[in-house]
Design a binder for this molecule. Structure first.
Ligand code: SAH
Ligand code: SF4
Length: 409
């Protein structure tokens, strides 16, 4: 594992974040209409607003501009008045870690809102052959308490805003050098296939469907054809099963859907994914069957975490196949990623393969998800509190290093 591109403060073990303007509202994450209002506020005449909003959109989402001064076709006066009132600042990077397998995890800090405190969340980048997936967080913590998920041990602090959601994508692309056209005179939309961040999954911290409005706004910006231009087929939203919001996800966002299923009986799912008590399997699967846009070319992914002796029997594999009958689906088997104090163990590899065989033979693609970034606690379900643990370790290392250099001679 290599760690942190930025300078580390030895006293705290934290990266020293690049200064950013946290007081001004950000233009990132605004809809075009909101951007128009912001332009009107700085005195742009009505007839110019559409054109100016288009210019800003292009600079931010196609070129990756993070400073008004980069906007060479915008007048100096307008750049100045925008800069006085608004910000384009990317989220502050508290730490950046790179796993031995190339997975990257950023701990990001967002300013306080209202009477709250500044908050921190994690965003993970997973490079694979031919594609790169960004795992975006939707909330700070989670209200739900799935027994196998580390994030579930964190209380919900707050929802992330659309600016903070889109900011995770922009930050990742900026850090990875994924705005290759930024400096060419025209700047062009990079096709999805040629990018480092080619896919986005809402599978980080939090339940995205409990933050629907902001997630919707952010994903519509991410898929806007004149901006970030990610195909909706390359955006997947994962939910633990917030049934009333599933149809709206398909109709209003139109992205791919993933369901954290993890059990095939209500009794067990009530325990593993407690939201099941409110919306049990029958209701969840009924919502899946009618997901807008569902077809063989646009299948739902069912995530199934493999927990030793809990949900990994062959009888359960057969029941899974029976339950999903008629739903265009793929089944993603996720080896359980352990975290300190977790009450579960990962199923044996052989058990996972046998389970996968049953599902495969029934005609479903059932890839076993290779755990990525476990060494930096970036794998599914390991996010957030492990950062605190790592920071504590770093702090101790920092203190030890300081003692070594300032200790008695
Ligand atoms: N809250 C949403 C999205 C975030 S979780 C949801 O639950 O779907 C992303 C995925 O990681 C979910 O399928 C979740 O069940 C899974 N996951 C959580 N903890 C895990 C762990 N310790 N090991 C493996 N997968 C885990
Ligand atoms: Fe929340 Fe998803 Fe973790 Fe459950 S699995 S606690 S819904 S983040």
């Amino acid at each position: 594992m290599t760690s942190a591109a930025a300078t580390i403060d030895p006293a705290t073990g934290r990266c020293l974040p690049a200064p950013s303007d946290t007081q001004k509202p950000s233009l990132i994450g605004m809809t075009r209409a909101e951007l128009g209002e912001a332009l009107a506020e700085v005195g742009v005449p009505n007839r110019q607003i559409g054109m100016r909003a288009g210019q800003l959109w292009h600079w931010v989402y196609v070129r990756g501009a993070s400073d008004f001064d980069q906007m060479s076709n915008v007048s100096k006066d307008l750049r100045q008045s925008l800069g006085e009132r608004y910000s384009l600042a990317a989220p502050q990077v508290v730490s950046e870690q790179v796993s031995a397998d190339g997975t990257r995890k950023w701990l990001l800090r967002f300013p306080a809102r209202g009477a709250g405190r500044p908050v921190e969340i994690e965003t993970v980048y997973i490079p694979e052959a031919g594609r790169g997936t960004l795992c975006v967080s939707s909330q700070v913590g989670c209200t739900l308490t799935c027994s196998f998920c580390h994030t579930g041990t964190q209380m919900l602090v707050r929802n992330l805003t659309a600016a903070e959601l889109v900011g995770q994508i922009l930050l990742a692309r900026q850090r990875l050098g994924d705005f290759p056209d930024a400096d060419t005179p025209a700047g062009a939309i990079v096709p999805g296939t040629g990018r480092l961040v080619s896919n986005v999954v809402m599978m980080g911290m939090g339940e995205p469907l409990f933050n629907f409005d902001n997630v919707k706004q952010a994903l519509l910006i991410a898929s806007d054809g004149e901006g970030l231009s990610l195909s909706k087929r390359r955006i997947t939203l994962s939910t633990s099963g917030v049934v009333p919001m599933i149809a709206r996800t398909g109709a209003e966002i139109g992205c791919m859907l993933a369901i954290s299923l993890h059990a095939v009986r209500d009794e067990l799912r009530d325990e593993l994914v407690p939201i099941n008590k409110k919306w049990p399997l029958a209701e969840l699967l009924a919502a899946c069957r009618t997901y807008p846009g569902l077809s063989n070319a646009k299948r739902i992914t069912f995530e199934y975490v493999m927990l030793k002796g809990v949900n990994d029997s062959l009888a359960e594999a057969k029941e899974l196949v029976r339950l999903l009958k008629g739903i265009p689906a793929k089944i993603n088997l996720i080896p359980f990623n352990p975290w300190p104090g977790s009450p579960h163990e990962c199923s044996d590899w052989q058990t996972i393969e046998r389970f996968a065989d049953v599902v495969n033979r029934a005609g479903y693609a059932s890839p076993i998800r290779t755990p990525r970034g476990r060494d930096i606690f970036a794998a599914c379900g390991q996010l957030k509190s492990t950062s605190e643990r790592l920071r504590k370790t770093q702090r101790m290392q920092g203190q030890a290093a300081q003692a070594a250099t300032t200790g008695p001679v």
